[in-house]
Design a protein around this ligand. Structure first.
Ligand code: KIV
Ligand code: ZN
Length: 510
């Protein structure tokens, strides 16, 4: 039985999803949960792209124990040196270096030629190997690369010391049978590949990322690159939970094993959804909320008699058996900490204190505090942002057929308190305009989403906004039982993120 390494790229390719921008604290918290999930490799980021990425990769490498920690680098020396500086603190550091190999990438994106690219790849792997004990090489857009040239470049990488060769279907173009044939031909042409780990990295543009990844396993891939909930560039990456549960449930067919603790899948999926704001569709395989529900009478009847009639996995397998968490207004900080740990969050110090204050406020105002409420508070606090502006209070008057009117009081860390009033089309618009007036910073709202965290009229409301300032978009999130308050907090947070200069890591050109 072969062992398939699970390489998680939620924090790197996943973070490249449109609209996702994670703070250092959020990435570290997620990495701890990925370690609990027992993935084999965490790709923590792309250190050359920004100070923030460098810091999060270094923090994860220093703090998170268990998995190999990988940092991404183009094949250029400055990228590789920066990646090494970030991952070197890990018990098992890895440099993952890549270069585009298809004609389209070489000629039109890099404006180079095959000979030079081959030399860069060879030198990039060699240099990486002079630093790191583990080196992974990825030919980007491999599936649209001429197999003859791909074989040459892969052979050069193997000769230069690559431990893992990762065949990337960068644009989600291949199909399962085609991919199998392609990989088999590559292995025939590059005999040295038998001494390295063959890996696959598939995108979901045609909805075949998981099928293509599994096709890779069928012909001998022993590492699969995946992301939680399938997030990633454009349509995303192969989803971790689908690949892992397919390999586990159909172990009879694939004859492989994985080291993932599947009972952590549900927690991890919810954490990624809460922190990134990317919702999981209800019918999504494995982690969608309907994935283990039976609607038709015949199915319900069958399951009551014997679950195996209509279930190939159980919800217990993925840790969805329902938590025993029961917290009320008399629960203490220790009980909250333990409950959060059960949900996958390790809040400490000031963050735990703030979460506790919010939990108490909620427990005073809401009939029951659910695990989803706690997860929402924890995700909000992990990502909480020490900004210059704080919303002290707001007042709003709204009535049918009339413009709403809002007044806000906002304090600034250095400059005191500001007050402003504004009218708008409804209470949210009025409050946002009053915030613009109070801060003297005008934003353009480009996205607004609101969700109830749990059921009930007294549920917590969660608002996510994207606001454009000076041509760049900034995200904000607010949580409150009052949805106008949640919206106002989300908006002020976006202003603070803008003022901190923390824009999403600029994409480096290959
Ligand atoms: O999709 C891709 O080609 C990548 C590489 C960096 C592996 O993400
Ligand atoms: Zn990718």
């Amino acid at each position: 039985m072969g062992y398939v390494q699970i390489f998680d790229t939620t924090l790197r390719d996943g973070e490249q999803s449109p609209g996702i921008s994670l703070s250092v604290e959020e990435k570290v918290e997620i990495a701890h949960q990925l370690a609990r999930l027992k993935v084999d490799v965490i790709e923590a980021g792309f250190p050359i792209t920004s100070e923030g990425d460098f810091e999060s990769v270094s923090r994860i490498a220093s703090e998170v124990r268990g998995p190999t920690i990988a940092g991404l680098a183009r094949v250029y020396p400055e990228d590789i040196e920066r990646a090494w500086e970030a991952v070197k603190w890990a018990d098992r550091p890895r440099i993952h270096t890549f270069v585009g190999t298809s004609d389209l990438h070489i000629e039109h994106q890099m404006r180079s030629n095959k000979k030079d690219v081959l030399e860069w790849a060879r030198e990039g792997v060699r240099l990486s190997k002079s630093f790191a004990p583990e080196v992974e090489f990825s030919p980007m857009d491999a599936t649209r690369t001429d197999i003859g040239y791909l074989s040459e470049i892969v052979a050069a990488a193997v000769e230069a010391g690559a431990d893992v060769v990762n065949i990337a279907d960068t644009v989600g173009y291949t199909t399962p049978v085609e991919f199998k044939n392609f990989l088999e031909e590559l292995m025939e042409r590059v005999p040295g590949l038998t001494d390295t780990i063959l890996s696959v990295h598939c995108h979901d543009d045609l909805g075949m990322a998981v099928a293509n990844s599994l096709a890779g396993v069928e012909v001998g891939a022993r590492q699969v690159e995946v992301a939680i909930n399938g997030i990633g560039e454009r349509a995303g990456n192969a989803s971790l939970e689908e690949v892992v549960m397919a390999l586990r449930t159909r172990g009879d067919f694939y004859d492989t094993e994985v080291g993932v603790d599947t009972t952590q899948i549900a927690n991890t999926s919810r954490m990624i959804s809460n922190i990134t704001g990317y919702e999981v569709p209800p019918n999504k395989a494995i982690v969608g909320r309907n994935a283990f529900l039976h609607e038709s009478g015949i199915h319900q009847d069958g399951v009551l008699k014997d679950r195996r009639t209509f279930e190939i996995m159980t919800k217990e397998d993925i840790g969805l058996e329902g938590s025993n968490i029961f917290l009320g207004k008399h629960s203490g900080r220790h009980a909250l900490k333990e409950a959060l740990e059960e949900l996958g969050y390790t809040l400490e110090g000031e963050t735990l204190k703030r979460a506790f204050v919010r939990f108490k406020e909620l427990a005073d105002n809401k009939k029951s505090v659910t695990a989803s409420d706690l997860e929402a508070i924890a995700a909000d606090e992990v990502g909480s942002f020490e900004g210059k502006f704080v919303l002290d209070s707001f007042r709003v008057v709204a009535a049918t057929g009339r413009q709403s009117r809002a007044a806000v009081t906002i304090s600034h860390a250095e400059n005191g308190t500001y007050e402003a009033e504004a009218e708008g089309e409804g209470p949210v618009d009025a409050v946002f305009k009053a915030i613009d007036a109070a801060t003297s910073i005008k934003g353009r709202l480009t996205d607004f989403r609101i969700d109830a965290v749990s059921g009930g009229k007294d549920a917590l409301g969660e608002v996510r906004v994207q606001v454009e300032f000076e041509g760049n978009e900034y995200a904000g999130r607010g949580l409150s039982q009052d949805v106008v308050d949640a919206a106002a907090r989300a908006y002020v947070r976006a202003v603070n993120v803008y003022l901190s200069g923390a824009i999403k890591a600029p994409q480096v050109t290959p």
